[in-house]
Design a binder for this molecule. Structure first.
Ligand code: IPE
Ligand code: IPE
Ligand code: MG
Length: 243
């Protein structure tokens, strides 16, 4: 795709991207490996995905890593995911943030249910870089319904009226624009409780690629698909309004 589409992304139409990173288990199964091997590979590719989106001129990337419903999985799998999250938050992201000021990492979701060590690391990371031109939100113990309930309770506590604006401000994602594009890997056409408030007018792209195989080519395909869409936000096309 090269410089042509890099310029395209710089036009500001594609500022905020969110991804449902699905397919780790199937990736492992295909290779006769334990599901945890899929999660390991899935975590390892995030670095490259971040790099490519930054090169393309996207400013916000929101990644669905663990849902409020994923606790239903076998304990060994949940423990493996939590350990993996700790490893990345502690080593990889800490080092990255120490060496660069252009990236901020935030966690969205209910941190209170996370293992204590992981929760503390997440808070430490969030406090390292507050204002940066590129923001990566990691959704850990995130559920869209729980987020809306949380936001509504915040407003009640503060005695604020329930308006769209106030609710948006009380969401975990406050500060990140609503996603222009939501990508789901692994081929399933469903939302799975991800950004159900913020995604009201997002463009969706579903890819069959399993998350651990997601790379530059897929990213470019998704970006091209996004630019081929006409967003109307409930209105009509400008050329039709003149007729
Ligand atoms: C996504 O991959 C990762 C998490 C939900 C934690 P899955 O583990 O859901 O992979 P599949 O969908 O079973 O292949
Ligand atoms: C969505 O994937 C959650 C994440 C990618 C973290 P799931 O694998 O949990 O979704 P369902 O169960 O297939 O809807
Ligand atoms: Mg899945």
């Amino acid at each position: 795709m090269g410089s042509k589409n890099e310029a395209l992304c710089a036009d500001g139409r594609l500022k905020s991207v969110a991804i449902i990173m699905d397919g780790n288990g199937r990736w492992a199964k295909k290779r006769l490996l334990p599901r945890t091997a899929g999660h390991e590979k899935g975590a390892a590719i995030i670095e490259n995905v971040l790099k490519v989106f930054r090169e393309l001129g996207v400013h916000y990337l929101t990644l669905y890593a663990f849902s409020t419903e994923n606790w239903k999985r076998p304990k060994e799998e949940v423990d493996a995911i939590m350990n993996l999250a700790y490893k990345y938050v502690d080593k990889v992201y800490m080092d990255r943030l120490r060496s660069e000021s252009e990236l901020a990492i935030r966690f969205i979701g209910d941190k209170s249910a996370l293992p204590e060590k992981l929760r503390e690391k997440c808070i430490e990371i969030e406090n390292m870089q507050k204002d940066a031109p590129f923001v990566c939100n990691i959704a850990l113990n995130y559920g869209g319904r729980a987020e809306i309930v949380h936001a509504a309770n915040e407003l009640v506590k503060k005695g604020l009226p329930i308006t769209e604006e106030n609710l948006s401000h009380a969401m975990y994602t406050y500060g990140t624009p609503d996603p222009d594009l939501i990508i789901r890997t692994g081929g399933n056409f469903r939302v799975s409780n991800f950004l159900i408030w913020q995604g009201a007018y997002s463009e969706y792209v579903i890819l069959d690629t399993l998350w651990p195989d997601f790379g530059r080519e897929d990213i470019e395909k998704c970006v091209k698909e996004f630019y081929s869409r006409k967003r109307r936000f409930g209105g009509i096309d400008e050329e039709d309004s003149k007729k």
